[in-house]
Ligand binder design. Structure first.
Ligand code: SAH
Ligand code: MG
Length: 200
C-alpha cells in the first residue's frame, strides 16, 4: 500500500477542515525520537483524525498506540483512517474526555496534544501511567510564538489560554519529579523524563 499517498490525503483533509494536526517537522522529530529511544507502547491524549497516532505506529511493527479523543466526528474519521492503513490491531481509539477516563496500563511514552488549557491536569493525571523511564511529550508549547510574547494585543480568551500555557511551561520548569527539555521544532515540543531515572 502507498502510505505516502494516504498520509498526504490526511494532511489535505486536515488543512481543508481546519483540524490542527502536528506540523511536518514536528511529527518527523517525534517519530525519530520514538525510533531512537525504542519506544513501543504509546498513550496519546488528543487523536483528532489519527494523523500522529498513525505516523507513530508506522515507525515500527512493535509500536502500539492507545489514543483518546472527545470529539465524535474526529474520532469517527480517525477510525476510518486507521482502517485505511490496516492498523486496527495496533491503534486503539477511545471516544471520551481524557480527564474522565481511567486507564491502568503503563506506557513508554505519553503524548499530550489536546486542550492546551488542561495540560497541567493531563500531565498530573497520566504521569501515573508512565513507565519508570518513560517520556511525556507535549506539543504546541510555542503556540505559534504566542507564549512569552506581548499579551496586550490579544483578545481576552486568547490571553487566558496563553497564560495557561505559560503556567504549564513553568510547571514543567519547576517540577520536582520531572526534568524537561524544550525543542523549537514544529509548534514547540517539550520532552519530560523522571529525574530519578538518571541515577539508577
Ligand atoms: N494529535 C493530533 C492532533 C490533536 S488536535 C495529530 O497531531 O494528528 C487536539 C485534539 O484534542 C482535538 O481533536 C480535540 O477534540 C481533542 N481534545 C481536546 N481536549 C480533550 C480532552 N479533554 N479529552 C479528549 N480529547 C480532547
Ligand atoms: Mg498539536
Amino acid at each position: 500500500m502507498d502510505y505516502e499517498y494516504l498520509i498526504t490525503k490526511m494532511e489535505k483533509y486536515a488543512d481543508q477542515k481546519g483540524v490542527p494536526i502536528m506540523e511536518k517537522d514536528g511529527i518527523n522529530f517525534l517519530t525519530e525520537f520514538i525510533k531512537l529511544n525504542n519506544v513501543k507502547k504509546i498513550l496519546e491524549i488528543g487523536t483528532a483524525i489519527g494523523y500522529s497516532a498513525i505516523n507513530m505506529a508506522l515507525v515500527d511493527d512493535g509500536v502500539t498506540v492507545t489514543s483518546i479523543e472527545r470529539d465524535k466526528d474526529r474520532y469517527l474519521q480517525a477510525i476510518k483512517n486507521v482502517k485505511e492503513f490496516n492498523l486496527e490491531d495496533r491503534i486503539t481509539l477511545l471516544l471520551c474526555d481524557a480527564l474522565e477516563v481511567d486507564i491502568d496500563d503503563e506506557f513508554d511514552l505519553i503524548f499530550i496534544d489536546a486542550a492546551k488549557s488542561q495540560y497541567i491536569k493531563f500531565f498530573e493525571k497520566f504521569s501515573k501511567n508512565l513507565a519508570k523511564k518513560g517520556f511525556i511529550v507535549t506539543d504546541n508549547i510555542d503556540f505559534h510564538g504566542l507564549t512569552n510574547s506581548d499579551k496586550s494585543v490579544m483578545s481576552k480568551n486568547l490571553r487566558q489560554l496563553v497564560t495557561k500555557l505559560e503556567k504549564y511551561i513553568n510547571f514543567l520548569k519547576d517540577n520536582e519529579e520531572f526534568k524537561t527539555r524544550f525543542f523549537k521544532v514544529g509548534d514547540g515540543i517539550a520532552i519530560s523524563v523522571r529525574k530519578k531515572s538518571y541515577n539508577e
